[in-house]
Design a protein. Sequence first.
Length: 556
Amino acid sequence: MPEKVATRNEAETHYRELVRLAYFVQPGRARRVYRMAVARRIVDEVVTRRPRGDLARQRTRVLRRAMRPSRRLRIGLGPWLRALPARLPDAALTAALADLEPPVRVAWVLRRVEGMRRYAVRDQLLRLRVRDPWPVIDAADAAELPDLEPPDAFAFGPGMDHPVRRRPLIPVAAAVALTAALGGALVVTENEGSLAGGEGPADDRRLHLLTAGPGARRGGPARLDVWPARGDLAGDRRVTTRALRAWARSPAAPRPPGRGDVGAQLLFAGHVDGVPTALLRNGDRVARYSGQGRPVEIFTAAAGDGSTPLPLGGGRYLLAPWDTRAATPGGRKVRVDAGVTERVPAPKTPCGRGPLLRLEGADGTRTVGDLGFPRPAVLTQRPAASDPDARRPAPDGRGAKDASGARAAAPLTADGVRLWDRVACALPRPERPVTEASARQFWTGALPHGGGTAEWVCTNLSFTAGGPAGEATLLRRGAHHATGSCDAARPVSGTWWQAPSGRWYYLAAAGPGLVPHIQSEGALRATEVRGRLLVASSPRSAHHSGVPITLTARAR
């Protein structure tokens, strides 16, 4: 009897299950963000074109397309890339799945991720025209791959359990044509005159070029609006006019609340690897113009964050005007000419994220790192309270306790750089650009039952739009486990963990002076606390229940 979507909740659950299938069944080792975007696009096309089809048929269509996805699915991925979950599974599993044949990969995902029985997997493989499914299922059962743990599951937020909304193509095409028709009437002005040479009347999106003087800061806060215009083309009206016009014609052009000019601050105009390049800013948006015929690139940069470099393209960055020196985290000097760095190599981490530059200037020393967004973020560390060096304030006063009683964030030491080299790849991809990130190692020790040494880290993220978020990570033997949210002031976190013996346990740890406490132990048995580490057995040693565990931290 065909399965039918009886309620809205069931439909949302089924949508998430289809996305999960499409994500893991795809071939290759593509970046997680692209795997997720393609997965949702596949599911969206299936459920919107045949919304009344029974669930088994929808699953079959999704699996068939995900096994061998068409290259066209990577064209125009913007709407799906802007609708990513806050947390994605560890890339280690998809990398391991890439070595399996497509039918075996499907069988493994259905068995281990979806928990389907062998006969149900057989029926599904037959629908996918796999002639002899039993050897395929046997190969999937014999494959030694890491299981998907609950903390690695997708964190779908509100509005992410249904297809991505896209604008119809006809209105978009009409809008593009209208923009092109109005482009000739655009007038761009600078201070007291027109930069467009009087080419026609201005529309309601005309941009007025603004610049900050060399002494605009004068000891005030480090904000972007006090950055002066720099670069060898900052006085070239032809280049700045083209940059303004390109931004005004883009869909992301700043719009005034009424009719009138919109201020666009010029941050840089100069040659970058021989290409005329300009950086313009309006509010929290920065536009990068890289020559005629190329679309402007828009990225978010908090107006109040004036201490972080801005990307110029090609691995070069524009430093804050008060920065005087730059070096790699390893200590190699980076040449800086008029605020522009030489090509900076990407972090040498498996994911390409991590500490990027060590900067020195009037505001002291700080390290910035690549966390997956165009603009780097300031990376800091909170020394553990048990660290003897953490009890002594730094000479500049940093490292003292903050209002919450936790160690305040401090510049990275050599150990902090090594910690961030590991944490940067372990963190789930943030859903918003990050301005500052602080890591705190709140527990380190030996895992039970021969698990080896490990450390638990709480990372606090600050976003451009405001509002912090904490992410906990268990690091061990070159592997990592994302273990949910955490509070840097009172860190506590837990996760299901499989010992080398194959038995499952629930582990939890808390920061110094605290003890982890489970509010409900119905899904656990034989709970034991050793110091600040809690160890509990799973009711079934061969697997864990997957039931969410509610943790708190109590004073010792």
